[in-house]
Structure formats: C-alpha cells, structure tokens
Design a protein around this ligand. Structure first.
Ligand SMILES: Cc1cc2nc3c(=O)[nH]c(=O)nc-3n(C[C@H](O)[C@H](O)[C@H](O)COP(=O)(O)OP(=O)(O)OC[C@H]3O[C@@H](n4cnc5c(N)ncnc54)[C@H](O)[C@@H]3O)c2cc1C
Ligand SMILES: *[C@@H]1O[C@H](CO)[C@@H](O)[C@H](O)[C@H]1NC(C)=O
Ligand SMILES: *[C@@H]1O[C@H](CO)[C@@H](O)[C@H](O)[C@H]1NC(C)=O
Ligand SMILES: *[C@@H]1O[C@H](CO)[C@@H](O)[C@H](O)[C@H]1NC(C)=O
Ligand SMILES: *[C@@H]1O[C@H](CO)[C@@H](O)[C@H](O)[C@H]1NC(C)=O
Ligand SMILES: *[C@@H]1O[C@H](CO)[C@@H](O)[C@H](O)[C@H]1NC(C)=O
Ligand SMILES: *[C@@H]1O[C@H](CO)[C@@H](O)[C@H](O)[C@H]1NC(C)=O
Ligand SMILES: *[C@@H]1O[C@H](CO)[C@@H](O)[C@H](O)[C@H]1NC(C)=O
Ligand SMILES: *[C@@H]1O[C@H](CO)[C@@H](O)[C@H](O)[C@H]1NC(C)=O
Length: 509
C-alpha cells in the first residue's frame, strides 16, 4: 500500500505536470481532495513540488517524523500551525532559490528564526510553506564584529564570542532567536550604553522578494540598511547579520526576589534605574517582573540584573539591593555563563502580550500593578493562568545611540527615560484564547488612557512586547513609516514580503 507521504508526493508531481493553464485555473482554490485531506492551495502545491524537486533532502511533509518535531519549535503553543511543507535551507543561495520558487508560484509562506514571536501566523502558516532557518547557523568572529547566521540563538552568539572576551548586543535570555529580535529592535541588558541590537548591526545580507541577494550597509543600499533597523520582516529574508562586538570579558550580576511588602520599592527602584543617565554610562540593565497568583493571592517580584565589569555587588542595582527580600545572589561571571541556564522552553503555554510605554513614575506604575492584580482576580478561573507584570527600563542613553550614530533607526525615539510595561499572560486552553485576549487588551488600553490623561504616556510600542492586536508601526514617526513604505516599494515591488509573507507586524498599506 502506498504511504500517505508517497501519495502526497505523487499528487504534487501530478499537479506540477499539469499545464500552467490548469495551474492558473486552480489558483486560489483549496484542492483538498487531490492532496489527501491536507488543506493545500494550488500555489502551495506548486511551491512544495518545486522545492521537493530541487531540495528533496531539505523538505518535510506532514507525514515525516521531523515535520511533527519542527512544528513544535515555537515558544507559544498558539503558534503551532500546519504548513503544507517545511523548507529547511542551509545556505543563503538555497534561501534565494526558495524565495524565487515561492514568488514564482505566488505561494504564501512564513519564516521562522528562533520561533519566539508569540503571534500566531507571524512565524508559521496553515497550508502554506514554512521556511525554517535552524540550519543557517554558521558564524565568523572578526576583530570587532561577528557574522551571524539567522539560525543562531543569542546563547550561540555569546558562546562564540566568549573565548575572545567579547559580547554582542542581543537577547537577555538563552534561546531567543537572533533574526526576529534583531529585526524588531532588540533589548539587551546594556542598551543604556550601546543602544538596541538593531543599532549594532553593521551589515545585513538579505534575499529580496524576487530572490536577488544584496548587502545592506552604510555604503551600499543605505536606505534598506536604515529600514532594517526596526522595520521587521517587511523587506526580505536576512541570511546574515554582521554585529558589532565589545570587549566585556566579565559581568557583575544580581538575582533578587521580593515579597509583596517590597513591591512598591521595587517599582520605585525600577524608575530610578530607568532614570540613570550619564555622559559615560555604566552599561546595566535587567529583567524585572512581578508575579501574582490568583489562587493564593500572593504577589512577588524579581530582578535579574546585569552590569558590565566586576564591581560586586553591581553598583547600578544598589536601590534594589537595599530592599529587604528573600533572595540576594550576586556573582561575577561571563555573559555566556549567565545565559547558560536562562532557558525559555518552547510550548510552555498559550501567551498573550500587551504593552504600553510610560515615563518613570513610581506611584502611577504601582497603581497599574494594583489595577492589574485586581483584574487578574476576575479571570482567576482560567485554567493554567500565569499572569506576569513586566517592566523594561529604557534609559535616555538607549535612545541617544540611534540619534547620534549617524545612521539612526526607524523608531526615532525621543531621548528620555521610559518604562515599557507589559502584561504577559499565560493559559492552557484554546477555548480561553479570545477571553484572555479581550481581557488583556481592554485592561491595557484602559490603563494607558489614564496615563495619557496624566501626561505620563508615550506612544512607542515595541514589537517584542506587544500583542497581535497592537500596531507598533502606527507608534513610529509618520515620516519614518512613509519612508519605509517607499523603500519597500523599491526593493519588493511585487509584494513578496507583504502579500505572500503576510504574518507578523507588517507595514500595511
Ligand atoms: C520568553 C521571551 C523572552 C524575550 N526576551 C527578549 C529580550 O530580552 N529582548 C528583546 O528585545 N526581545 C525579547 N523577546 C521578544 C523577541 O525579541 C521576539 O519574540 C523576536 O521576534 C524573537 O525572535 P525569533 O527569531 O526567536 O522569532 P521568530 O518568531 O522566529 O521570528 C520573529 C519574526 O521575524 C521573522 N523573521 C525571522 N527570521 C527572519 C529573517 N532571517 N529574515 C526576515 N524575517 C525573519 C519571522 O517571520 C517572524 O515574523 C522575548 C520573547 C520571549 C517570548
Ligand atoms: C530528521 O532529523 C534528524 C535529527 O535532526 C536528522 O538527522 C535527519 O537528517 C532529519 N531528516 C530529514 C529528512 O530532514
Ligand atoms: C585584526 O587585528 C589584527 C591584529 O591587530 C590586524 O592585524 C588585522 O588587520 C585586523 N583585521 C581586521 C579585519 O581589522
Ligand atoms: C558594504 O557592502 C559592500 C558590498 O558587499 C562592500 O563592498 C562595502 O565595503 C561595504 N561597506 C562597508 C562600510 O562595510
Ligand atoms: C537610587 O535612588 C536615588 C533616589 O531616588 C537616586 O537619586 C539614585 O540615582 C538611585 N541610584 C541608582 C543607582 O539607581
Ligand atoms: C517579606 O520580606 C520581609 C523582608 O525580607 C520579611 O521581613 C517579611 O517577613 C516577609 N513577609 C512574608 C509574608 O514573607
Ligand atoms: C558564579 O560565576 C561563576 C564563574 O562564572 C560560575 O562558575 C558559577 O556557577 C556562578 N554561580 C552562580 C550561582 O551562578
Ligand atoms: C498558584 O498557586 C497554586 C497553589 O499553590 C499553584 O498550584 C499554581 O501553580 C500557582 N500558579 C502560578 C502561576 O504560579
Ligand atoms: C530584483 O529586485 C531588485 C529590487 O527591486 C532589483 O533591483 C533587481 O533588478 C531585481 N532582480 C531581478 C533579477 O529582477
């Protein structure tokens, strides 16, 4: 008996041998019957077939064991979808050829780097082609830069640089992917001194919508170079990032937890940290979270703080260290060692992010925390509820880099301290998706509305912290959005990365 896999391959071959006119007549239709129950368009069938012809060892269909494993390499369970086939190139030339095939077939596709964007459809697709970048993981360490493949995680990058006593500006946790984070901006511990990950990219190798490979840097394709600094997946598929590196052989770290009685002071210290500004700053930043358990009604806070150099305890976290709390662990270590256990496992839960920006104001942020806590009680019955309130400090120095490095980025942030506050809400069941989304959105918009009236709100939305109901591009300066649209028209006139690769935060019309 022929296997389902063989059946599918035969069906694809049959389809491809049909005349172009027949293919045209099938365009847009779902030819479920032909392909054994798989929801597959003629365009996707065309692309999967041609990819199978050229790269039979790099293409997976739903019947292969590796397909199932690949479709679970997403952080948020909501991102698990069912692509028609998965293309796993290991060279930029193969990516370029793949994009040619996809645009030639007019097939919809998604691209996955580290798989952490928790926006269903941003990094995966039902019935289309999924391109995974895992295998593009080669790197090259130069004197003060590193060439990085888009299949790498940030831990891979820190590990590659560790023997040289150098670091790059990337993700704060181990398993976040290089490409997604770098294309949307990139918040590292050290943004206050070195700017965002995007500000530290000196060159991009990118495959355009027609399959042409170009380099974008400060002298070649300068406009595209600028647009890639925060413009996300709107311009092409990046096959190599060249990142600046810095000599920072050792870092000073702190892990602290706080019980409920310390939360106001935690919020206050967070505002202090965001407000630090110096002509020659000490690079320091953190991950600050508050957890609330709607069953036990207990709240607790934590900070993971990292500072360049060996001052121990790290001086920039003095106001946190002064707050009594159960855990105070300081260490002097390397960024690689620090990252080695900061794993964010795939498939932990379904997750909704919601985020807004505020200037540092401890009393107002504490009120937001209290309102959030009360609102969590209203959805306490949601199975597997995992609510977290996150505060990301963005010191004036982080914005200053983009304003003064001669290149800039698409954000055009004002040079002032802000705090990017976020509700990250996990849960178990698909039946609660809409409820949690509505809850999170309404709460966030309500609180932001109050911040606005108080003159404390800022518009900027960070794609890495936002929910899919948010439109980060609408928060960027209008002139920058117009300029990005013009650049998109020049480099991707047929809309491969807007019409066919439609998931994620898109520039829109
Ligand atoms: C647990 C967790 C921790 C996080 N921590 C941080 C943090 O410390 N700092 C921070 O700034 N952000 C952080 N984020 C947000 C994170 O930066 C984004 O989710 C980012 O998109 C992840 O990149 P990725 O490659 O893993 O994602 P993916 O989901 O693989 O990709 C994200 C988007 O980029 C597109 N894309 C991927 N590769 C390419 C490419 N080569 N060319 C063109 N487009 C591409 C994808 O199609 C998708 O739309 C965190 C997120 C999570 C879930
Ligand atoms: C499946 O995955 C295994 C382990 O990663 C790998 O060795 C093998 O080559 C893969 N097979 C295909 C068809 O991709
Ligand atoms: C790297 O540094 C070495 C030693 O200082 C120098 O000889 C070499 O030219 C440098 N290479 C580049 C690419 O800058
Ligand atoms: C930019 O890229 C081009 C093409 O690869 C290269 O010739 C040029 O030297 C690069 N410029 C810089 C500043 O790196
Ligand atoms: C600690 O708090 C004080 C008072 O708010 C502030 O002046 C100082 O800058 C803070 N120090 C640090 C390192 O955050
Ligand atoms: C909270 O922490 C403080 C300081 O460590 C401690 O005195 C207090 O007992 C703690 N309260 C609870 C409920 O754990
Ligand atoms: C402290 O740093 C050292 C040196 O990197 C490391 O070996 C050790 O595991 C670290 N301790 C903790 C508790 O992380
Ligand atoms: C809340 O507490 C309950 C009871 O101890 C526990 O089962 C649950 O896992 C906790 N939830 C979170 C999100 O920590
Ligand atoms: C591909 O697109 C780019 C940008 O529009 C264009 O410059 C280039 O000529 C195109 N290449 C081909 C082969 O059409």
């Amino acid at each position: 008996m022929i296997s389902r896999m063989q059946f599918m391959a035969l069906a694809l071959l049959g389809l491809a041998s049909a005349s172009p006119n027949i293919l045209d007549s099938l365009r847009g239709q779902t030819i479920t019957a032909v392909l054994g129950g798989l929801d597959l368009t003629a365009e996707a069938a065309c692309a999967c077939k041609l990819l199978l012809n050229s790269y039979s060892d790099m293409i997976l269909f739903p019947t292969s064991a590796n397909y199932t494993a690949e479709t679970k390499l997403f952080w948020d369970i909501r991102s698990d979808l069912s692509p028609a086939c998965i293309f796993q190139p290991d060279k930029a030339d193969e990516v370029a050829d793949g994009i040619k095939i996809l645009s030639g077939c007019d097939a919809q596709f998604a691209v996955r780097g580290g798989g952490h964007m928790n926006y269903p459809g941003s990094n995966n697709i039902d019935g289309g082609v999924l391109i995974t970048l895992n295998k593009l993981n080669s790197y090259k360490v130069e004197n003060d830069t590193i060439d990085v493949g888009p299949g790498m995680t940030w831990y891979d990058v820190y590990a590659a640089l560790d023997p040289h006593g150098r670091i790059a500006i990337g993700g704060r946790l181990k398993t976040i992917g290089v490409p997604g984070l770098t294309l949307i901006g990139g918040v590292h511990y050290f943004i206050n001194k070195y700017g965002f990950a995007m500000d530290n990219v000196v060159s991009y190798d990118i495959v355009l919508g027609n399959g042409t490979q170009v380099t974008a840097n400060d002298t070649t394709n300068q406009d595209l170079f600028w647009a890639l600094k925060g413009g996300a997946n709107n311009f092409g598929l990046v096959t190599k990032f060249t990142l600046k590196t810095y000599s920072i052989p050792l870092i000073s770290t702190t892990i602290q937890t706080f019980n409920e009685s310390g939360i106001y002071d935690l919020v206050k210290a967070t505002c202090d940290l965001a407000s630090l500004d110096d002509a020659d700053p000490i690079a320091a930043g953190s991950i600050i979270t508050i957890q609330y358990n709607a069953t036990t009604k207990a709240a607790s806070g934590s900070i993971l703080g990292v500072q360049e150099g060996i001052s121990n305890p790290p001086s920039q976290f003095a106001n946190f260290s002064a707050i009594p709390g159960p855990i105070k662990l300081n260490n002097v270590t390397t960024l690689k060692q620090w990252g080695s256990d900061k794993v964010t496992p795939n498939q932990m839960f379904r997750v909704m992010f919601s985020h807004k920006t505020i200037v540092p104001d401890a009393d107002r942020l504490y009120s937001i925390y209290q309102a959030w806590r009360a609102a969590v009680d209203q959805i306490a019955d949601v199975q597997g509820l995992y609510p977290t309130f996150v505060m990301n400090t963005v010191a004036a120095g982080a914005a200053r880099v983009g304003q003064t490095n001669g290149i800039g980025n698409v954000w055009g942030l004002k040079v002032e301290p802000t705090i990017w506050w976020q509700f990250s809400t996990g849960w178990d069941l698909a039946q609660d998706d809409l409820r949690v989304t509505a809850w999170s959105r309404q709460l966030t918009e309500h609180l932001h509305g109050i911040n606005r009236k108080l003159g404390l709100a800022r518009d900027h939305i960070y794609m890495g912290d936002a929910g899919e109901w948010q439109d980060p591009f609408a928060s960027f300066p209008e002139a920058n959005v117009e300029r990005m649209r013009a650049i998109r028209s020049a480099y991707d006139p047929s809309g491969t990365f807007s019409r066919l690769n439609w998931g994620g935060f898109k520039l829109g019309f």
